[in-house]
Structure formats: C-alpha cells, structure tokens
Design a protein around this ligand. Sequence first.
Ligand code: ADP
Length: 272
Amino acid sequence: SHDAGGRITRWMGTLTDIHDKKTGEDELRAQARRKDEFLAMLAHELRNPLAPISNAAQLLAMAALDPQRVRQSSEVIIRQVRHMTSLVDDLLDVSRVTRGLVQLERGRVDIKSVLSSAVEQARPLVEARRHTLDLHIGPAPCWVDGDRIRLVQVLANLLNNAAKYTAQGGHIALSVETGAEGVTIAVRDNGIGIDRTMLPHVFDLFTQAERTPDRSQGGLGLGLALVRSLVQLHGGRVAARSDGLGMGSTFTVTLPVAGPAPEAVADAVAAA
Ligand code: ADP
C-alpha cells in the first residue's frame, strides 16, 4: 500500500541517493584533479635538476677545466642527484605503504635516541637556515614498541618541514611528554603557518599543489602522507595545529608506550 508518507519517504530516499552520488562524483573529480596536479609537479621536480646536472657534466667533459671548477661541477651533480634520489625514494615509499607492503621491523625503541638521530638528519637544513632548535626532553628514557628507522624518518620529516617552512633565523622546539594516551612528540615552529582551509588536508596525499604559500623549497607533498601512514602502522596518530598563516605550526605524533621490558617484569616477579 502506497500511502503519502511512504511515497515521501521513498522520494526523500531517492533525493539522498542523488545527493550522495553527486558528492561522490565531486570527490572523485577532486581526487583526479589532485592527481593531475601532482603528476605535473612530479614532472617539474624531476625535470628541474636535469639542466644543472647536464651543464655540470658538460663542463666536466672539457679537458682544460681547473681543479676548482671540477670540484664545483661535481658538487652540483652530487647535490642534484641526491635531491632526485630522495624524491624517488619518497615516491617508492608512498606507493609501498599505500599497497600495504611496508613491514615494520619492530623492537623496543627509546624515543630519545630516535629524536637525536632525527635531529642529526635535519641538522644540515636547520643550520643552513640559521634556525635555533630547542629540545625539551626529560631525563628518563621513554620506550615504545616500533621500527627505529621508520620513527627516525617520521621525526626527521617533521623537523625538516619545520626548517623548510620557517623563514631564516626561526625557532623550532622539539618536546616529548608521556601522558595517559601515550608518548607525544611535538615539533613546533614559528614559521609560515598553515591556512585554515589547508589544515585538514596537510596529511593527505597529493595535497601540496598551489595551496602552499612558499613553493620555493620544492617538494611534492608526499612527506606528511608518509608520516601519517607510518605512525598509523605503529598504532599511533598525528595531528597538525596552526593559528593560521604567519602564526607557526605544531605537529604532534602520539605513540602507544611500550609495557615494561620482559626483564623488568621478571625482576618484579622475582622480587614479589
Ligand atoms: P612537501 O614539503 O614536499 O610539500 P609535505 O607532505 O611534507 O610535502 O607537506 C605538505 C604541505 O604541508 C607542505 O607543502 C606545506 O604546505 C605544509 N606544511 C608541512 N609542514 C609545515 C610546517 N611546519 N609549516 C607550514 N606548513 C607546513
């Protein structure tokens, strides 16, 4: 029986379907556009280093080059190839993570040693841009169950971003706190900040594009997507905060704290 109420419900249902389908299509179109923009950016980023590499190689091929020019040209090639290698490594990593092919090599890891390795990795950029880096890290070790190399990669990524998206002579602060939710590592900078509309998307793949105010540093917008995936593989979560453009940014990573080491449990049992 088709009473009015039934028809209306049905009708509303159809409307909702149309609405859902439409947002779905919009989202698909937006995704396709992001992918196109990403491909264009990727082509640029891979194309850019080729001219300096080619010039430097041609200079090197000239027999009568003096030693200083030889060194300069070699340095150009080494630097540009390093840049391309890290781009391609990030791409490979992202595709492996999204296909579920990254396996963590888990172990008990002291977060403080992770942080010091990450600081070492980010030091060249931090120093080149004359930033100060403050560490707020307590004396006690702080254990998590995770993949040391991947955790260093996560933190180095956040530190490098802080250095990259902060004008020369800025301040970066790195802190660790243990709370009920786990251990939270925060990377704070007083740099260019993140626009309110961009903020919810910073961890999405292919997000960088034209929305990033400072494109001078290059990059493909892969780093934070990788950071989020790696942290999630560890059972943790990431967050980004910023009061807006020009107001600096804070990125946090929260990881579950590891239980006491098996030896500690054995000791406690023995003592009881
Ligand atoms: P990339 O740095 O290669 O663009 P990321 O995935 O690391 O890619 O970052 C994505 C975007 O998030 C950046 O393009 C930038 O707009 C923004 N972002 C990341 N870190 C910061 C930061 N510390 N301050 C301001 N913006 C940031």
